[in-house]
Design a binder for this molecule. Structure first.
Ligand code: HEM
Length: 127
């Protein structure tokens, strides 16, 4: 009986010590500088499908709707030749301004908007 008491006491003490050691590590969220070095963005695999799904909806950015038409096969030419990007002053791009204002609800992910911005900063390549 005495031994049982000693063991359970030891167990209890170990439990207290272990839980006492446990601490919530408060890791601050990683703050990404949007104007930091641009990531590599591939228009064909990263942006064309995104624009096709989110923008080329009926009555929106398709024939009969509003330019730029955003179907995958024509969106690059529509955006670049339509003057919706300014690679010299990327933040003055109509595309950049619209995805951060009137069209933001159609591209809710900050990661996706950053990809668009970085693609423009990379010179809007047809890659
Ligand atoms: C992420 C997806 C989208 C992108 C990147 C986008 C981009 C744009 C851009 C660049 C313009 C400016 C056109 C100009 O100045 O001539 C614009 C205008 C417009 N878009 Fe979108 N758009 C998106 C989704 C949509 C959707 C889903 C709709 C329909 C529900 C829509 C409806 C319109 C309308 C009505 C305008 C003209 C009125 C305005 O200037 O606010 N867009 N969009």
């Amino acid at each position: 009986m005495k031994r049982l008491l000693i063991y359970s006491g030891l167990l209890f003490a170990m439990g207290v010590i272990l839980t006492g050691c446990y601490k919530d590590l408060n890791i601050p969220p990683t703050v990404i500088n949007p104007d930091g070095p641009p990531q590599v963005v591939n228009y064909g695999t990263d942006l064309a499908p995104l624009f096709n799904t989110s923008c080329a909806k009926s009555g929106c950015h398709v024939s009969g709707g509003h330019h730029p038409f955003m179907n995958s096969d024509i969106s690059y030419n529509e955006i670049v030749n339509g003057g919706f990007v300014n690679t010299l002053v990327p933040k003055e791009s109509i595309l950049y301004i619209m995805i951060n204002s009137d069209m933001k609800e159609y591209i809710p992910s900050a990661t996706d908007r950053q990809k668009v911005y970085d693609w423009i900063r990379n010179g809007a390549p047809n890659n």
